[in-house]
Design a binder for this molecule. Sequence first.
Ligand code: TGC
Ligand code: FAD
Length: 396
Amino acid sequence: MARFEGVDLYNIDSHLSEDERMVRDLVRGWVDDQVIPVIEEHCRAGTFPMDLVPQIGEMGLLGMNLHGYGCAGMSNVAYGLACQELERGDSGVRSFVSVQGSLAMFPIWKFGSEEQKNKYLPGMAAARLIGCFGLTEPDFGSNPGGMITKAVDDGSHYVLNGAKMWITNGSIADVAVVWAKLDGVIRGFIVEKDDPGFTAPIMKNKHSLKASVTSELVFADCRIPKDRLLPEVRGLRGPFSCLNNARFGISWGALGAAMACFQSARDYALSRIQFGRPIASFQLVQNKLAWMLREITKGQLLALHLGQMKDAGTIKPEQISLAKMNNVDIALQIARMSREIHGANGILDEYPIMRHMANLESVYTYEGTHDIHNLILGRWITGISSFEPPAEPQQD
Ligand code: TGC
Ligand code: FAD
């Protein structure tokens, strides 16, 4: 199989440090050698490639932009580049790394006690412990503030009741970071897989992210020791801070899926002969390829600048929303355009296109839907929140 050489019209490489290029190249080679040869089989079977997990840990990709506790302490740009390469393989592999690092390790690292950090983070960085993040509920997706999962203090333990849905890594997780209301305030709890009253049934029959584990988390009088409460955060600020990190990774990851579709379209167009010529010679096909390259390049500049702002500590949630929304949107459009260039062959799993396209439908929806990010930007532009009910008219 031909090695992936990158898409870099604007010489983005020259803005990367040696360490960042090294991480990118390491993950790039690993995806070519270990992920791409097996991923279609996993997708067909609806299985996650668990045997790759130790290798992901060995490469230092889990919690890689966190410092201490066995984490690699790399830059956010390096994390973004790793997400890009992983998602060039499959969104499910990038999802695994996003959830572990940004959604399960980050809240323990940021809001946990010293004991919690020492207990969980080194094992999670080394892939000995797998984590998941439970925010979404069956009736509360875009509006997690309405969640009904609750915790009650019974003196020696917290007792959790409720259910989470659509949880990546849920059934394979050793540790779940779960958001629930305690005395009406959203708090973070660490639930371990063997805690009494906790189950994580797998969700089946997905047409998207088939090579990823998606689960329910069910709490039926689930009793956890009191030292499993994350002490340092209250309210939605907790889960949303984690989402900032994961959405950041997605804005890079989606470009990887787009690059895979672009590369496949270019190669196919050069080799497919119609009317006695390669279809790459037709202006309409070149127009599509040029559009793909244009949008990937704009997305790369957006992601790089976002990463540099995150490394400088100046990043704002609205900037992340714009990048997540834009880069997933263009990746999905590029996947559809690439399928068109492949003609009927584009529907076969000999090519990665339909797998990326179907995956991107989930990516468009999770971590805040496309429209929720539009509305976050709308709130920033106008100062008016569309999420709050309008104020009652004043009585004279
Ligand atoms: P709102 O009033 O805006 O905020 C409530 C409190 O949170 C603070 N806050 C943030 N803090 C840090 N970072 C952010 N991005 C923040 N956004 C808001 C805010 O300052 C406030 O703090 P405080 O202290 O004043 O209370 O909250 P709202 O209820 O109006 O929510 C607005 C909305 C719709 C934007 C929000 O609910 C939202 O983002 N909804 C989308 C939900 C979502 O993204 N769910 C993702 C679930 S996880 C997932 O999908 C994983 S997929 C994993 C994979 O496989 O890769
Ligand atoms: P809804 O919130 O019901 O939205 C349905 C539609 O209504 C959308 O188009 C939405 O944009 C629109 N809408 C909603 N509110 C508004 C509004 N105010 N204005 C305009 N339009 C609106 N969650 C986790 O907690 N952890 C995970 O690990 C996780 N992994 C996931 C993995 C997969 C494969 C998928 C598909 C989802 C995952 N999720 C996870 C859940 C994901 O975050 C939610 O699906 C997402 O937040 C949207 O919620 P919903 O599906 O309930 O849609």
